[in-house]
Design a protein. Sequence first.
Length: 244
Amino acid sequence: MYNPKGNAKDRAVPSVQFSEAEPPAHLRGVVHRFLELRTDPLLSEDYRFHALPDACTYAVFDQQSPEITGVTKLSASSEELNLGRSFHFVNIRFLPGVWQGDGVAYGQVDAAYAGDLPLIDINRQLDDLSFDDKQAVLTSFADWLVEREFVVANPVTEKIFENLDGIYSVADMADVAALSARQLQRTLKRTTGFAPHDFLKVLRLQQALKDEPSLIYADQSHFIHSFKKATGYTPGRYAKKFDV
């Protein structure tokens, strides 16, 4: 199954707490993880969070500002986000291709939510709960999204993830999904936002990182060293070779 390395976090800062948990079994076809990232207390300097390429969609809740929430995704790029000296985020990471609703933004959420989903209400419900108790609220919200078909299991990406170790080309993806190249193009573009060759680039990177237990860094040079150890390339050379 697709297991994205979605973050490289600075574990050298003890006052930054990172927690993640698998969803209940009935949601594992659409939700990858529940996540929490927070500071306690105020950091002495800005904290850098390196978002690695993945094709997931995220529901992001800023616990310091209930109105700051949204649904977001990254493109096939690796980005470093400056989270500042104080932050508290709770996220739902949805598997690629399952989000059907509108309103997906690019990158980090930094504005008040103005859409129709009950995201602000959910953000308020999460306030002051432990991470274990937050998971019950996130599960209930994910169930709500599934019931209303904002989130729907994607049989094409499911087949691709189940056979990920044997996929080396777009043709392999089409064979596994039992689709023609044109059908695969239409399906992946519609459900993930990626053309098949771009989707494969992200999967290749995930395959390269799968044996690296945790990409962590205390500074940029540490991150580059960890990335090269996992993939055999620096991030810059990897980007040029695979156009990611």
